[in-house]
Design a protein around this ligand. Structure first.
Ligand SMILES: Nc1ncnc2c1ncn2[C@@H]1O[C@H](COP(=O)(O)OP(=O)(O)OP(=O)(O)O)[C@@H](O)[C@H]1O
Ligand SMILES: [Mg+2]
Length: 233
């Protein structure tokens, strides 16, 4: 099933004197359960693309559809609902809430989705356990290491069991062993729930575990090169 599509998606910034074209006519179609890595140099538009796919930013031109529905035709309330019910987002700068503990941060999307506090905390604890943080449940983000914060952010994105996860450098601060447990988690989610992933990464090992690798170069998305030819790990 076609889950997420982009048609002629462009994003430009214009400050009155000059125009920056960050995304140029991006087209793709992601099937349910498909897991894709996006590689690209710094400044090539990767975060901008992810933000638009998550309706956190709007395109200058073009369309994004989720399950055949135009996400930019949604009202603000419908967009919030789409994000809460179907989407998990791992930000490049984790964006955890500083005044809340790890378990509260992870439980937050479930509470927003109107789950009871006890149920939400139980699911949050299970997910933190899966990312190896059961010993840090009550720590606030400032009391966690960079890699631990990243894992809390991953747990928060996955706790609602979303249909699609958009992740911006999710393993950037992780050591090999912890990275490995994240790869395994991603594989299990595909097996158990057909979870789709679009992962922006410089981590070649992670990219090699996914179904496809796309390249973003100066705002142009290329998805033709076969995975095996591009990654040697
Ligand atoms: N508000 C803005 N106004 C003008 N230019 C912007 C704005 N936001 C982003 N850009 C430009 O868009 C380009 C793409 O930014 P983006 O954050 O998507 O890059 P990226 O591929 O995620 O890079 P990195 O790997 O460093 O995270 C950059 O050149 C950036 O300067
Ligand atoms: Mg970025």
């Amino acid at each position: 099933m076609n889950l997420l599509s982009c048609t002629n998606l462009s994003k430009s910034y214009n400050d009155g004197t000059s125009q920056v074209d960050v995304l140029k006519q991006v087209n793709f179609s992601l099937q349910s359960g498909e897991q894709v890595a996006i590689l690209g140099n710094s400044g090539s538009g990767k975060s901008t693309l992810l933000h638009i796919l998550g309706a956190l930013d709007s395109p200058t031109e073009g369309q994004v559809t989720f399950q055949q529905q135009d996400i930019f035709a949604f009202s603000a309330k419908q967009q919030a609902q789409f994000r809460n019910q179907h989407l998990g987002f791992v930000y490049q700068m984790h964006h955890l809430l500083p005044e809340f503990s790890a378990i509260e941060n992870v439980a937050m999307p479930l509470l927003i989705g109107k789950q009871s506090s006890s149920k939400a905390k139980k699911s949050a604890q299970n997910m933190l356990d899966r990312v190896g943080l059961s010993h840090r449940l009550e720590h606030k983000p400032s009391q966690l290491s960079g890699g631990e914060r990243q894992r809390v952010a991953i747990a928060r994105a996955l706790v609602t069991n979303p249909s699609i996860v958009l992740a911006d450098e999710p393993t950037g601060n992780l050591d090999d062993k912890t990275g490995q447990s994240i790869y395994e988690l991603i594989r299990e989610l595909k097996q158990d729930f057909q979870t789709s992933f679009v992962i922006v990464t410089h981590d070649q090992k992670l990219a090699s575990k996914l179904d496809k690798i796309w390249q973003l170069q100066s705002g142009v998305l290329t998805q033709s090169a076969p995975k095996d030819m591009m990654v040697n790990v």
